[in-house]
Design a protein around this ligand. Structure first.
Ligand code: NAD
Ligand code: TYD
Length: 348
């Protein structure tokens, strides 16, 4: 099987690429990535020379390029992760989210449809989406696969739109597809603009920890490798035209999570307990901030036998250890672009 994975140099994509390259030596994995600020080939060092792996630098908006690689490499399946992924950036620059997440996905769907047209058998287009398309929950309830879409941020609106296009290509052109909507991931290689890696990095450097609003927002956290395992299952065993929700059964209020992180980091750094908590700084809230996300992952559990393998305690410990052991990775990704973004976003 020849599999195209888009966005494979990013956070989740790099774990998915590594998982497929190592688990399926008989497949050839093609990783197509534009290498935006969020893409980093250092994430793939351990498999870059594998015989069943090829990196293709390119943009999902570039139709000619996509046509050429689809014809040359005869992909049997696509696992589409390439996207602009950060909510705060979508608030300052919504259009780039429309371009990559909506137009880029439609471009990819078109090229898949046009090059596979003669034969859709044994083909599959798998779109990796987010629970954020469902909008915000109140204090109770869970997102299921039938929850109505109700996105609130330009990021989630762009992902919702791309999900709709994938489904439309399935209905209109019979393009075989599957979609999964996952909760917040965390783990190694996570770009330090998202909550957990940002705060790990700031604690190491004794910088303020900017908590939005009152910190009483809730997210459901999943270790990234458990997401990669779920993606493998959905790709191979998921039903055509189905959606699967993926989550960690692991809800945390931001402020509780930040306090836990501070305790673990104090221990790791040999600092007095309570010193990192002093860095917590309440800042202006994110506009349109979704109160709570929580996933009902029972469909993938009962239908495909998936369940998270890593507890939050284990996952956070592994994540913290990784950032300590990979300070050079952090130094490399903290580029001029990152510093400009940081200054504009936080002014701290
Ligand atoms: P990321 O920002 O870390 O990585 C995105 C990757 O896509 C980068 O390598 C980037 O270079 C590449 N890319 C961006 N624009 C491109 C383009 N035009 N052409 C080709 N490549 C391009 O994102 P992530 O956190 O790894 O998320 C991956 C996918 O999973 C996204 O589709 C996201 O919506 C979804 N998702 C993320 C989470 C999460 O918690 N991070 C949760 C659920 C779903
Ligand atoms: P984030 O990691 O950006 O993921 P998402 O917005 O996709 O859920 O944010 C997780 C939560 O943490 C979210 O409620 C916003 C909050 N947050 C802060 O309080 N401060 C920050 O600096 C960041 C980046 C996020």
């Amino acid at each position: 099987m020849n599999i195209l994975i888009t966005g494979g140099a990013g956070f989740i994509g790099s774990h998915v690429v590594r998982h497929f390259v190592n688990t399926y030596p008989s497949y050839h994995i093609y990783n197509l990535d534009k290498l935006t600020y969020a893409g980093n080939l250092q994430n793939l060092k351990t498999i870059e020379n594998a015989a069943n792996y090829t990196f293709l630098k390119g943009d999902i908006l570039d139709e000619q390029f996509l046509m050429a690689v689809f014809i040359k490499y005869k992909f049997d399946g696509v696992i589409h992760l390439a996207a602009e992924s950060h909510v705060d950036r979508s608030i300052t620059d919504p259009l780039s989210f429309v371009k990559t997440n909506v137009l880029g996905t439609v471009n990819l769907l078109n090229v898949a449809k046009n090059t596979w047209q003669s034969d859709f058998s044994n083909k599959r287009f798998y779109h990796i989406s987010t629970d954020e398309v469902y909008g915000s929950l109140g204090e109770t309830g869970l997102f299921t696969e039938t929850t109505a879409y109700d996105p609130n941020s330009p990021y989630s609106a762009s992902k919702a739109s791309s999900d709709h296009f994938v489904r439309a290509y399935g209905e209109t052109y019979q393009l075989p597809f599957v979609i999964s909507n996952c909760s917040n991931n965390y783990g190694p290689n996570h770009f330090p603009e998202k909550l957990i890696p940002l705060f790990i990095n700031n604690i190491i450097n004794n910088k303020a920890l900017p908590v939005y609003g009152d910190g009483n927002y809730t997210r459901d956290w999943l270790y990234v490798i458990d997401h990669a395992i779920a993606i493998d299952l959905v790709f191979h065993k998921g039903k055509n035209k189905a959606t699967y929700n993926i989550g960690g059964f692991n809800e945390w209020k931001n402020i509780d999570l930040v306090k836990l992180l501070c305790q673990l980091m104090d221990k790791k750094l040999g600092r007095t307990q309570g010193s990192s908590e002093k860095l917590i700084t309440y800042v202006k809230d994110r506009p349109g901030h979704d109160l709570r996300y929580a996933i009902d992952a029972n469909k993938i559990r009962t239908e495909l036998g998936w369940t998270p393998t890593v507890t939050f305690e284990q996952g956070l410990a592994k994540t913290i250890d990784w950032y300590f052991d990979n300070q050079d990775w952090l130094d490399n990704v903290i580029s001029k672009e990152y510093l400009n973004y940081y200054q504009k976003q936080y002014n701290l």
